[in-house]
Design a protein around this ligand. Structure first.
Ligand SMILES: CSC[C@H]1O[C@@H](n2cnc3c(O)ncnc32)[C@H](O)[C@@H]1O
Ligand code: ZN
Length: 439
């Protein structure tokens, strides 16, 4: 018998690779943080002697979800300003609130609350863009989540940095400081084409190539952004970025609601990724990302929630369902973005966008044991004819019972193991009072 750390007997194991597969009555064997094998229950019982045996006989076990675009600390700004278009929301509400309140304590408490929400919602990796990423790294590392930290650049001062050079310097210092932590990776995160000047974009392109780092950026979020760029520069933002050398396999282009055929071809030819954030785009009335056309062209499309102030949650189950339904509405084709494809977007495509697909994003022997268990035995999820469809169209994040990152159980039968829920709720109450008295 082989000694292993954990064996999970699941009613269905959904490895995501190959897409659309649901293995009936299979077990996942985990040892030293990695998946050893996936095999039928009986074969697993004969081969393994686990230290921990978990019976999840009415559950689907699948890769942890990858939230490919967040602003985690913005959990403290959830519901501060709703029912507004992007630029009014940002310029008149969010940016003033950030100027007044953002600092290390804000990040500490906001990211902690976000980590709790992400873990309970089945997310094992998130790709973030926000101020003070070194504070977020400390929090996420303690929480046990996999964190892709944005080295942000934006052409306006904040409590974090005064100008683009200082943002870059601080980001690179954070990258060096966290290099050895297996849960923390770093990507460049210039905010948007309209907030970062050409020379900085070119500098980031050179650094990203040298350091083999991803570049995470809001691009073509609204028609207004494209129109304004045409008026100011005579170019659409994406062609400005292409001229700066940023449209490469390292690019994670977030939103992309405005794309013509040539731009879709450019994204495909460049092997760049798109991060689709359907709920934020709907709520801010930003537009519709042409997801099916991008996928048909061969573009890697991942899924993200955006921050809790524009979504207003970090619920990747909700995001999968919205993405699938929206694609059908936009194309007029009920076959657009089927359940197995949207699950791939929320897992392996996110890992590909981040350059982490050798390690996470699907359940394959040798990969990190980043996985979740989802209970499909409740009234609203029975009967189960097609487990993957059920996960996307009927289940929700409240059906997640367990979340593991690198084999460590961060959520155990509905309880957080690394974070204190009551303390987080208390801190959220204090921030609410603070923001309401200083609005
Ligand atoms: C430089 S830190 C990130 C910066 O982005 C702001 N933000 C949050 N959501 C959006 C969005 O959908 N589009 C553009 N900018 C956004 C956030 O408030 C921070 O200032
Ligand atoms: Zn965003």
């Amino acid at each position: 018998m082989e000694q292993i750390d954990t064996l999970i007997n699941a009613r269905w194991v959904i490895p995501v690779e190959p897409e659309g597969t649901a293995l009936d009555r299979h077990a996942v064997a985990i040892d030293r943080g990695r998946i050893v094998d996936i095999l039928p229950w009986e074969a697993a019982a004969q081969r393994f002697q686990p230290e921990t045996l978990l019976e999840r006989r009415s559950h689907a076990v699948l890769p942890g979800l990858i939230n490919a675009h967040t602003h985690a600390a913005m959990n403290l700004l959830r519901g501060l300003a709703d029912d507004l278009p992007l630029m009014t929301w940002l310029q008149e509400h969010i940016w003033p609130a950030e100027q007044q309140h953002v600092g290390p304590e804000f990040i500490q408490d906001g990211v902690e609350a976000a980590c709790a929400e992400l873990i309970a919602g089945g997310v094992t990796t998130f790709n973030d863009m926000y101020f003070f990423p070194e504070v977020a790294a400390r929090v996420t590392s303690q929480a046990g989540l996999r964190y892709s930290a944005g080295m942000i650049v934006i052409d306006f001062p904040s409590a974090y940095a005064q100008d683009a050079d200082e943002y870059l310097r601080k980001g690179l210092a954070m990258r060096d400081a966290w290099r050895a932590d297996p849960l923390v990776t770093t990507v460049f995160a210039p905010h948007a084409p309209y907030t970062v000047a050409d020379d900085k974009l070119k500098h980031i392109a050179v650094l990203a190539e040298e350091l083999e780092a991803r570049v995470h950026m809001h691009i073509h979020e609204t028609a207004f952004e494209v129109q304004q760029s045409l008026e100011q520069t005579g170019k659409r933002p994406l062609s400005r970025l292409a001229e700066a050398g940023l449209v490469t396999p390292s690019l994670m282009a977030v939103h992309m609601t405005q794309l013509d055929d040539d731009e879709i071809a450019l994204m495909a030819d460049s092997n760049a990724s798109v991060v689709h954030c359907p709920e934020s785009n709907l709520k801010l009335a930003s537009g519709f990302c042409p997801v099916q056309r991008l996928l048909d062209a061969g573009v890697n499309v991942a899924l993200g929630t955006d921050g809790a102030a524009s979504n207003n949650d970090l619920d990747m189950f909700g995001e999968m369902r919205t993405a699938a339904l929206l694609a059908k509405g936009v194309t007029g084709d009920a076959a657009a973005l089927p359940a197995e494809r949207v699950l791939a977007m929320a897992t392996i495509n996110g890992a590909r966008a981040l350059g982490m697909d050798r390690d996470t994003g699907s359940l394959l022997p040798g990969k990190f044991a980043d996985l979740i268990a989802v209970d499909l035995s409740s009234l609203e999820t029975r009967p189960v004819y097609h487990p993957i469809s059920q996960l996307v169209y009927a289940a929700g994040r409240h059906h997640v019972t367990d979340t593991w990152v690198a084999g460590r159980r961060l959520y155990a039968e509905g309880a957080l193991t690394t974070l204190n829920r009551d303390e987080i709720l208390e801190k959220l109450g204090r921030w609410q009072d603070r923001l309401m008295t200083n609005a």
